[in-house]
Design a protein around this ligand. Structure first.
Ligand SMILES: NC(=O)c1ccc[n+]([C@@H]2O[C@H](COP(=O)([O-])OP(=O)(O)OC[C@H]3O[C@@H](n4cnc5c(N)ncnc54)[C@H](O)[C@@H]3O)[C@@H](O)[C@H]2O)c1
Length: 438
């Protein structure tokens, strides 16, 4: 590993986004692994998270080499390769120019080259890429969410089953499951320290994310692919794309997936030309089989209260995770636990440490089924806010909901599944009028 670049890379990247971060111990320590079989790594989706995940995989195990890369766009792939080259030498970054693949079909060629694959494109493509990786017998690290529609969820559930049968490791980038503060609180809730969870509030309220404005020479397909956050077939709306983290914590801590959802949402400030079709706020109530009710809020509006956290009320006390106040306390006021994060490792790194250690030891991690069910929870929430109706899990799963076109319909010249209407706008869901179960 090249040692001059730590300061520069740490400057631009943090735990929070899962970008490239070098742990000081990695820069200075001797190799921690005995010489073992080289594991060949491929990355599909060479953006911010793809680059971060490659860096973490290479730091997790000294005998991993990146051998293939795939991206829809040449410039994105080249930029990520250039950034990684500042950190790792050719020994680790062993990507022959002929193994850099570009375009919609590039994933197949990259996956075929590897033992382990990182899937980090926008989530609309995840089911297709995951299915192929599992069919090819590869271990997988895939980012959340794992789909944007119900058809995709069903595909991921099938592939998760196959991965299990074939003893493949699958880690999903819901990194709170690999974060010590969450694991400590989870353990104590399981022990019954705050009793049975009866309600909770989960939040991802922030100022929003990047916009990639339309360029004159782009086709409609290229525009949507580059500005993917604002198109549901690619992104799934921010209730799915970001807030899944907090919704997933509710599912995890309660130990169930909700049976129904109802809620409201809309767009107040997201009215620009490049804001596509997604909402800027959603509020959903999820009801669980055991009776717990979780209120979920997500907002992308600047100048408002920012909060990314989870609070649960049990029969005996409360828990608080996220932010700086991770703790458990009883209703009597007694503080049962306060988390001290001084020794916590970067959970984005821990995900890869555990993935490669499991591959080496033969222990199997399979996060895919939970990844699919938590993604489905957020999709059900989106159906509730778009329609303004109450949606049950079974209705949602049986709805035939499909946003992502079949692969043979994707090309730079073809129309994406959503296009501008006669008034020059993308169709935006209207609660009470839109009935978006299809
Ligand atoms: N776990 C986390 O905290 C976390 C943090 C950031 C991002 N993510 C997830 O990672 C994924 C990617 O996000 P990002 O921020 O890296 O986005 P990005 O736009 O920076 O990168 C996505 C890359 O995928 C490429 N791509 C798009 N379609 C493709 C296709 N069909 N085949 C190959 N390449 C394709 C794009 O060209 C782009 O380079 C998202 O699902 C996001 O939710 C997770």
């Amino acid at each position: 590993m090249k040692n001059l670049t730590r300061r520069k890379f740490v400057k631009d990247s943090t735990w929070v986004t899962g970008g490239i971060v070098l742990a000081p111990s990695v820069l200075t320590s001797k190799p921690m692994f005995k010489i073992e079989k080289v594991l060949k790594l491929a990355v599909v989706g060479c953006g911010g998270r793809g680059a971060g995940a490659v860096s973490q995989a290479l730091q997790a195990d000294k005998n991993v080499k990146l051998v293939a890369m795939a991206d829809a766009f040449q410039d994105r792939l080249d930029k990520t390769f250039e950034n990684l080259s500042k950190m790792f030498d050719k020994e680790r970054l062993a990507v022959n120019p002929s193994k850099k693949f570009v375009g919609f079909g590039s994933y197949k060629k990259a996956i075929e080259e590897a033992d382990v694959v990182i899937l980090a494109t926008p989530p609309g493509f995840r089911p297709q890429h995951f299915e192929y990786a599992v069919e090819q017998g590869k271990h997988v690290f895939m980012e959340k969410p794992v789909a944007t529609d119900v058809a995709g969820i069903k595909k991921v559930l099938n592939s998760a089953k196959l991965a299990k049968e074939n003893k493949l490791n699958v880690v999903v980038g819901l990194q709170r499951h690999y974060q010590r503060s969450y694991l400590e609180i989870y353990k104590r809730i399981q022990q019954g320290d705050i009793g049975k969870i009866v309600s909770g509030q989960v939040y991802w309220n922030s100022g929003g994310v990047w916009v990639r404005p339309r360029q004159e020479n782009w086709t409609e397909m290229e525009y949507q692919m580059r500005n993917w956050y604002y198109f549901n077939w690619l992104c799934g709306d921010h209730i799915l794309e970001q807030h899944i983290h907090n919704i997933d914590v509710a599912n995890w801590f309660i130990g169930e997936y909700p049976i129904k959802a109802q809620g409201m949402g809309g767009r107040e400030v997201r009215k620009g030309k490049d804001h596509g079709q997604i909402f800027d706020h959603h509020f959903v109530e999820f009801e669980y089989p055991g009776g717990a009710v979780i209120s979920s809020q997500c907002r992308h509006q600047k100048g408002c209260l920012n909060r990314v956290s989870e609070i649960f009320q049990g029969t005996l006390g409360t828990s608080n995770t996220g932010g700086t106040k991770t703790a458990l306390k009883l209703y009597s006021g007694e503080q049962l636990y306060t988390h001290n994060g001084d020794r916590d490792k970067n959970p984005y790194q821990v995900e890869h440490d555990e993935l490669f250690s499991s591959i080496r030891s033969g222990k199997i991690i399979n996060d895919a089924e939970n990844g699919a069910r938590s993604t489905m929870t957020a999709i059900m929430g989106r159906m509730a806010t778009y329609t303004g109706k109450q949606i049950t899990w079974d209705e949602a799963m049986n709805s035939g909901h499909k946003l992502v076109p079949n692969e043979d319909l994707l090309s730079w010249q073809s129309n994406p599944p959503v296009v501008l209407n006669a008034s020059g706008n993308y169709p935006i869901p209207i609660p009470g009028i839109t009935y978006d179960k299809k």
